[in-house]
Design a protein around this ligand. Structure first.
Ligand code: MLT
Length: 262
């Protein structure tokens, strides 16, 4: 489905009935990355997946910030009449969730931060990202090949060719203009660490044991800084833990949802 709010068209899906769960995808993918979790959870929850601006069926802008991506989601939720939800963000989806917490402090009833980090890019990381943006601007999506390959862990690469194919297909849908704009937004993202101690809702931090982009030690430090949090490390998963080990990811999510009040 698509809906235009404040001049921005956003792709989204709303399935099932019950307490709302809002899923925010990683870069450079789209809402289709949540297919395993949607299928598993729509019998008990109202599951919402949104394409962040630039991705999937959403409109593309030449310049964006993570705050704008969050504002788009806040506006869409208001338009859909969804006042509160459990927010699940993977990687860039987690960065957006931090901005959403700032903009709509009462929206999230619970928080799931998967394969993400609160720190901004290091100077070196920022320079690498901006260099990648420049290459994508010149060469197109093909320049993303190594980045996309780094999203999955070695176990997936060796044993789950179908997951690698899914990730490549999800990434192949990205518009090069959106890739450039979003790489700039990721490079410019603020430090979210000051927010962590102020998160009052139950929080689950999930990370793939083989995640090299937002590794387990980063996830552990983030979980330690959030008052009501628990950490789950998923064996044999890389950065896209929800796609690489979908059953384990969904099981961790389900346990969290069943044992905390939203
Ligand atoms: C993502 O998965 O959203 C990206 O890897 C985030 C990042 O590169 O920082």
């Amino acid at each position: 489905m698509r809906r235009t709010v404040d001049g921005v068209t956003l792709g989204y899906d709303l399935e099932g009935r019950g307490e709302p769960l809002l899923f925010l995808h990683g870069f450079p993918l789209h809402r289709g990355m949540w297919r395993p979790q949607v299928a598993a959870l729509r019998d008990r929850f109202q599951v919402l997946t949104v394409d962040l601006r630039g991705f999937g069926e959403s409109s593309v802008s030449d310049e964006v910030t993570l705050a704008q991506l969050a504002a788009d989601v806040v506006a869409l939720m208001a338009d859909l009449g969804i006042a509160r939800a459990t927010v699940v963000g993977l990687s860039m989806g987690g960065y957006v969730a931090f901005r959403l917490l700032e903009q709509a402090p009462t929206f999230a009833t619970r928080l799931v931060l998967a394969d993400t980090r609160a720190e901004p890019d290091t100077d070196e990381g920022r320079a690498r990202r901006l260099a990648l943006a420049a290459r994508v601007a010149q060469e197109g999506r093909e320049a993303m090949r190594d980045f996309v390959a780094s999203l999955v862990g070695p176990t997936t690469r060796a044993r789950r060719p179908e997951v690698v194919a899914t990730v490549e297909a999800l990434a192949a849908a990205a518009d090069p203009r959106a890739l450039v704009a979003t790489l700039h937004a990721l490079a410019a993202r603020p430090d979210s660490r000051p927010l962590l101690s102020r998160i009052t809702v139950p929080t689950l931090v999930i990370v793939g044991a083989e995640d090299t982009i937002t590794p387990p030690e980063t996830a552990r430090a983030m979980a330690d800084a959030i008052p009501h949090s628990r950490l789950v490390v998923l064996p044999e998963a890389g950065h896209l833990s929800n796609l690489e080990t979908p059953e384990a990811f969904t099981a961790a999510l389900r346990t969290f949802l069943e044992t905390t009040a939203g």
